[in-house]
Ligand binder design. Structure first.
Ligand code: NAP
Length: 298
């Protein structure tokens, strides 16, 4: 058996076992190369009962402190707003040499909330797999979720390099590609590629819902591809997205301000019949779509 086949960790504790956590759990259980033992924790017993039924962990623990005991890898997979309280609960129970990592969609807030609580002798490697769907909970995960997708790692200065490499290897074994990034840069990038599109989707669905009764029914009846695509994004988990917006406030507001300016420019072009402006914008957008397809990220 080569090095690549040996499990990376003895025991991985997944704190949160929804879409992302249960996808990692499935991979760990299916290929056996992430960890010898998978421990799952959730906020509710109901989710843990489901994890047992699905057979996607060796053991479940409702108490996060118990879940991390003896683990050499702890992965926070809960909504980012829950991280501070979770970190406080688990910190005294982390084994020396353990690597704490996470999958949260915001990175400066995670470093702010979790970093100071990490005890000496424990390593902290924040991460963000750029893969997801609009579904949540332990049933929604699947083992190919991260294939061909990027995982961004944002280790604070001075992070143990061996630990960063181990977490990078974990994600490679999940099928992911790795990029190491500065946390503030991460937050700006995801604000434009992920957080702003969600904000727009939630807003446009709200706008449609606020229409007078008769029009609203027609929106649903004749929902065209454009609106339908927005409703898919807008079906995402409210807790997770509330936490993302509140924990990436500056970057999101900056991108929203830029977007609002550009939307006003487009409104002006429509008002004044500036056909070439409108056409030029659409051409540029098609170029972005084409590049995404070429990069296999569509
Ligand atoms: P999810 O499916 O909603 O699962 C969340 C899990 O966290 C559940 O097991 C939940 O337990 C548990 N949890 C613990 N404390 C919680 C609390 N205070 N409030 C709510 N849930 C709590 O979420 P997810 O989509 O896997 O997202 C998990 C993390 O991944 C988030 O930080 C998110 O930013 C990040 N992320 C998400 C995506 C995506 O597209 N979904 C993509 C990349 C990264 P119960 O089931 O018992 O409630």
């Amino acid at each position: 058996m080569g090095d690549a086949q040996k499990p990376l960790f003895r025991r991985i504790a997944l704190i949160g076992i929804g879409l992302i956590g249960s996808s990692v759990a499935r991979i760990a259980m299916e290929n056996g190369t992430l960890a010898e033992e998978v421990v799952a924790n959730a906020r509710t017993q109901k989710s843990l009962d489901r994890v047992v039924e699905l057979g996607i962990a060796h053991r479940v623990e409702l108490d996060p402190a118990k879940a991390v005991e003896g683990a050499d890898c702890v992965m926070l997979c809960a909504p980012v707003g829950a991280y501070a309280a979770l970190a406080e609960q688990i910190a005294p129970h982390l084994a020396p040499g353990c690597i704490v990592t996470d999958v949260g969609s915001t990175k400066q807030s995670v470093i702010r909330d979790v970093g100071p609580l990490i005890p000496d002798g424990v390593h902290f490697v924040p991460g963000h797999p750029m893969a997801g769907t609009e579904f949540s909970g332990p049933d929604s995960g699947f083992s190919t979720l991260f294939e061909g997708r990027w995982t961004l790692l944002t280790p604070p200065p001075g992070t143990d390099e061996e630990s960063v490499e181990k977490i990078a290897e974990l994600w490679r074994r999940c099928g992911s590609m790795i990029e190491v990034m500065e946390p503030a840069h991460h937050d700006r990038v995801v604000a434009i590629v992920s957080h702003l599109p969600h904000l727009i989707a939630f807003t446009i669905c709200g706008t449609a819902d606020d229409l007078a009764d008769e029009s609203r029914q027609q929106v649903l009846k004749f929902a065209a591809a454009g609106f339908r695509d927005f409703t898919r994004i807008a079906a995402s988990d409210p807790t997770m997205w509330r936490d993302v917006f509140l924990n990436n406030r500056e970057a999101l507001l900056e991108m929203l301000a830029r977007f609002t300016e550009d939307a006003s420019a487009m409104a002006r072009a429509v008002r004044w019949g500036d056909a070439s402006y409108i056409e030029d914008k659409i051409q540029r957008s098609r170029g972005i779509r084409k590049s995404l397809i070429e990069l296999k990220q569509a």
